[in-house]
Structures are given as structure tokens and as C-alpha cells.
Design a protein around this ligand. Sequence first.
Ligand SMILES: [Zn+2]
Length: 242
Amino acid sequence: MEVCSQEESVADVDELAALQSLEDALAHDLARQREIKALLAEPRELVSARQEAASSDSSLAELRRSLRNLEAEATSVRAKRQAGQDRLYGGTVSNPRDLRSLQAESEALSRRIGQLEDTMLQLMIAVDQAILDSRMTNDRLATLGAGHRDRTTVLTAESQALQARDAQLQETIRLQRQRIPGALLTRYDGLKARKAGKAVAGLRRGTCLVCGVQVPTHVAQRAQQRQEMIACTSCGRLLCPD
Ligand SMILES: [Zn+2]
């Protein structure tokens, strides 16, 4: 009977240590999954690159629209000037006052065409610059987007591998918990909740591997004998000798 009880104790602390290491692995995986989820979100840099590209594209479109409007206006003013000049030199108008008026109108239209051409020239320079800006911001967006897609591929693969492993781990943990007596599991879970997720501490050369305190020799010896559950005299965790 005593032998049986001893064997149970020997098994128990090691079973608990095994359970803790399985649960640690699962917790570690779940933390990594949360990290991956955060990493899969679009980085702020990419979001702002997309906004910049959209904004430079719309500036370019606006400049081109203005240029087209000016070109249309210039075409219409040129046609008007041509019509006036046709009358001026066509011989149908002979009244000197009308001729002067036509001449003055033609000169005013020429000045207007000159102004329009100056503005169009400035706009063409602005369009060229906007084309460069748009190309630059779109290139940057493409580079950042490709980087994010590559990372997403890698991270998604990692996440899927973790999910598969975690499904196995959860099943192994379930089976491992079945091997441990209920009262001991309750003690283990209570300690785990109180002791920052670690109910079992390794014991090496008399030192608790979690809190780092050297336990009294007789405590270490009793733990080594594995005949009963021995708690660390400092942190209260169950000691599992190497
Ligand atoms: Zn300790």
C-alpha cells in the first residue's frame, strides 16, 4: 500500500510538471497567435502611403482637368480672334471706327491668349511634377504593399501551423489532466492562478528554479525522495527535482 502511494506521488509531481510544460507551450502559442493577429493588421505606414498615393493621383487629375479647360478656352478665344481678323481684313467692314474697334478687340484677345498660354505652361510644369509625385507615391505604396503581402503569407502559414499544433496540444493536455487525481489538479490550478501561471517549480541543487531561493536541505531531500508533494519554502510552488 505504501509502495503504491509512493509510486503515485513520484508520478504525480512529474505528471504535474509535464502538464505545466504542455500548458506553457499552449499559452506561448496563444500569445504568439495574438501577436500574429496584430502583425496582420495593415501597418500605419502602408495606410498612410495609400492615402498619399490617392492624394497625389487626385492632384494630378485636378491639374490635368484645369489644363484641359484652359486649352478649350484658348481654342475658343483663338477662334473668336480669327473671326474678328477675318472681318477686319475681309473688306466687309470699312467704317474706321468699327475697324479700330475690331483691331482693339483682336489685340485684347491676343493678350488673353498670351495669358492663357502662360498659365498653361505653368500648369504643364505642375503636371510634370505631379506625374513624378504620383509615380513616387505609387511606387512606395507598391513596395510597402508587397512587403505586407509577403509578411502576411509567412504569418498566415505560421498561424495555421500553430492552430494545428494547438489542437493537438489541447487534446494532449486533456489526456494529461485525466492522469492526475482531481484533488491534486485543484491544488495545481489554484497555485497556477495565484503564482503567475506557474504551479510547479524545478529544483536543482536545492534551489527553486522559479523564485531562485535555496530551500533548506531537509526540504530539498524530501523533495528528492518524491514521496510526497513538497512546496518551495519561499514561493510555495510544488517542487519537482531534476
Ligand atoms: Zn520557489
